[in-house]
Design a protein around this ligand. Sequence first.
Ligand SMILES: Cc1ncc(COP(=O)(O)O)c(C=O)c1O
Length: 501
Amino acid sequence: MSTIDAATRAHLFNAGSVERYRDVLARGVDRVARRVGEVDRPGTGVTPDALAPLVGGIDLDRPLNDTDAALDELHDVWLRDAVWFHHPRYLAHLNCPVVIPALLGEAVLSAVNASLDTWDQSAGATLMERRLIEWTAGRIGLGATADGVFTSGGTQSNLQAMLLAREETYRRVIGGATVRPARPEVLSRLRIITSAAGHFSVQKAAKLLGLAADAVLTVPTDAGRRMRTDELARTIDRCRRDGQVVMAVVATAGTTDFGTIDPLPEIADICTAAGVWLHVDAAYGCGLLVSPTRRRLLDGIERAASVTVDYHKSFFQPVSSSALLVRDGRTLRHATWHADYLNPARAAEQGIPNQVDKSIQTTRRFDACKLWLTLRIMGPDAIGALFDQVVDLAADAWHHLDADPRFEVAAPSQLSTVVFRYVPPGAAPNLVDEANLHAREALAASGAGLVAGTKVDGAHWLKLTLLNPETTVDDVTGVLDLLADHAAWYARTAATLSPVG
Ligand SMILES: Cc1ncc(COP(=O)(O)O)c(C=O)c1O
């Protein structure tokens, strides 16, 4: 029999080690607090080449046996150069600063380590997740039969929505057929329609679900980057004529680049008339569910068959925190598999609430705990006010950019992104592209600010994603000045170096 020494045993979290738990966690909290207190830039611009030897040089088979030494090392390989979403000049991707009640939830949920697959691994946690699903479905207006489940993120929520839509559509197709078609034949005819500004996770879902390579049809957007409903109706008609079956329309409530919301009521009308599953990807726009002033922007979402919400985008929650909501809870059965060791059918008959019956995951974090504590400590209106603040800020930033002759700006966002680019006077189009690419990279390398980049109609543009309520217009204009300087320098240098004639 092997014996475990006392030092090893002391690392296990249990009734005998609560003092150590308090001490070790406090040390970690202190490190993070100190670092957050001192960072003056959202990043340091560190490169993979600079960090790789440091990380690669660590011998993972030789422990330090010392918490402080391990935290020092963690500082060197990560915390010193981490990207800080809380910093007011982090203006890049859809990552929000997080609220402290949610961090408390994160610490509690990982210490208790409940797993939300079955009641016998979670107890009250299951009921709390269910209450939050009910609460979110209520905010959306999905009705009495609604249900859902927490997921790891918008990608997984969209994937599960497409799984349910595929299965419901498949059943409908075989139900109406006189001769039952082969499943692969039906799957090859299924189509998903989304807009050209929809999220790429829809394409990924189609691939994972075994649909045809051309299963996702993208309809064009209007000048405001919202799905064109005339084109949607035409695409559905064309699919019908070509013998294809539209299994879902994915409307986006908050496109990743443009922060625009597809015209949900009109899309819902078209889907109802065509008998098509409407999925609303509100991964980004879900913050509007608690907005004191802008909830109406989501009008029509209540008519969806399924909805994706990412609390880790616009509810100021740490990653991961997302959910899939469905109008008809029975459709979640397409994710059900009864395993004798875990969730036998008997348990369902006895009314034991096993969330694994609704999820495509098995072991699953109690992410709902973070949202629970956020709502119980701050309340939904406070979260909505924070989200409103960043939407207002984006409108201000858009006006600044629109009035600034150095920049060109895309259509205004309904949420909190701003897509723009620097236009050097009289510069050739390829030089404009290169100057903007350079400006973004040079800014990131300096660490003075971080912005994102994207392509608009084949050209390189820059993007602000504003999710920090503490960011001011001055922060934004300061970063714009830096970008303009970097881009102007590039344009000047490139023009000097390029051969004449
Ligand atoms: C509209 C939209 N849907 C889905 C996703 C995917 O979400 P996640 O990164 O949480 O998987 C994103 C991510 O940016 C998004 O913007």
